[in-house]
Design a binder for this molecule. Structure first.
Ligand SMILES: NC(=O)c1ccc[n+]([C@@H]2O[C@H](COP(=O)([O-])OP(=O)(O)OC[C@H]3O[C@@H](n4cnc5c(N)ncnc54)[C@H](O)[C@@H]3O)[C@@H](O)[C@H]2O)c1
Length: 351
């Protein structure tokens, strides 16, 4: 195993970042603790990941140590562990000029940056920049990708903004001998992965799927944000395309977040309904609900993605990392089956 550190910068110190930073502390101390999906990915263990920078635009988080900022409102991931002081102060990122009003009320954003973001990022010499900002801020997300390019860093895009699936960015990252992975993170055990897994199981047992839906209700700032009608339609399209890849025939399906309930905090309930047909056309139907927490659902898979991206770069697999995208993201150039994606990732990074 390499003892080289992966110098990692996180942009957007929200719920996903909170779980990621708590996970770095918890599993960095002891990687035999339960809940860690993969102890080793490619050349790296959890301890190889080093947080070197943190950026946000919420005035309440700026100037705070990242270990403290992750527990400030509106973040709602609970304090699972005592995080040791990160020694990394949250600095100002690039504000969005047209923020969704409901999100703006929640996050108390700074209106203008002092222009120091690019210099500050360069001073960190990051190997990897992770974009964990609220979804729907396409222009700012693209600016962050360009900033990563300018400092010679790889880039992981957890937001739905097309960056890894863009036509230009992968070529530019490849020319820079860096790696790009995205778009729209797929939670480790969230609605999309679960829905895909169930459909695949039904298919393999010879049942024909006629219709299905997955409707989510959750708390958390990002849930409120994605209720914006335009964003909701984009997220629904991405999830539906990803789910449709599981079956070799067309079927009616819909998937997406339908409501925000503030007191649910970081938790989410996904309601799944599937209507199928078995032997002699006999009906096979079920309803399932799944309760999970968004932050930890992101944190676990992000630990894998950081290590896989740096491994791909070490192996000189520059540009878009297809196996990593299919494993960890919902919006990909070619939607793939969950099992195939996992096996391709395993063969490349888990052996
Ligand atoms: N399981 C998951 O949590 C999950 C799954 C799929 C996709 N994602 C994506 O990951 C991203 C983060 O999700 P989250 O739940 O952590 O969101 P969140 O709302 O908890 O956190 C987002 C953070 O980004 C900050 N931010 C907003 N605009 C910014 C800007 N211009 N520059 C810097 N910081 C900015 C906010 O202040 C906030 O701290 C979202 O785009 C979401 O769609 C998350």
């Amino acid at each position: 195993m390499s003892d080289r550190k992966i110098r990692t910068v996180i942009i957007g110190i929200g719920n996903s970042a909170s779980a990621l930073i708590q996970g770095l502390s918890y599993y960095g101390e002891d990687d035999s603790r339960p809940g860690l999906w993969h102890k080793r990915v490619g050349d790296f263990g959890v301890n190889n990941i080093e947080l070197v920078g943190a950026y946000d635009i919420d005035s309440r988080k700026l100037g705070k140590d990242a270990s403290e900022a992750i527990f400030l409102p509106p973040n709602s991931v609970r304090r699972y562990v005592d995080v040791r002081n990160a020694g990394i102060e949250v600095e100002a990122g690039i504000p969005e000029s047209h923020m969704n009003p409901s999100l703006e009320r929640l996050i108390s954003p700074i209106k203008a940056d002092g222009g120091e973001f690019n210099d500050s990022l360069a001073a960190k010499s990051p190997d990897l920049v992770i974009n964990l900002i609220s979804s729907g801020m396409d222009e700012v997300s693209r600016q962050y990708a360009k900033a990563a390019l300018n400092v010679g860093s790889s880039f992981v895009n957890a937001t739905p903004t097309p960056i890894a699936t863009d036509t230009e960015f992968p070529r530019r990252f490849a020319a820079n001998k860096a790696v790009i992975a995205g778009d729209d993170l797929m939670s480790q055990f969230g609605g999309t992965a679960f829905h895909k897994g169930i459909l695949n199981f039904i298919l393999n047992r010879g049942i024909s799927v006629k219709k299905s839906y997955q409707l989510d209700v959750g708390g958390g700032a990002e849930t409120l944000n994605t209720l914006d009608e335009d964003l909701k339609a984009i997220k629904r399209r991405i999830k539906t395309d990803s789910i449709s890849a599981e079956l070799p025939y067309p079927f009616d399906t819909a998937a997406g977040t339908t409501d925000y309930v503030d007191f649910m905090g970081n938790s989410r309930t996904g309601y799944f309904w599937i209507d199928g047909e078995g032997f002699l056309g006999s009906p096979v139907r079920f309803d399932i609900y799944l309760k999970t927490n968004d932050g930890p659902n992101a944190g676990g898979i992000l630990l894998d993605l950081i290590r896989a991206v740096q491994t791909a770069r070490n192996r000189e697999n520059y540009g878009i990392a297809e196996e990593i995208c299919a494993y960890g993201f919902k919006r990909t150039t070619t939607p793939r089956k969950l099992r195939e994606s996992y096996e391709a990732f395993r063969d490349k990074f888990l052996t």
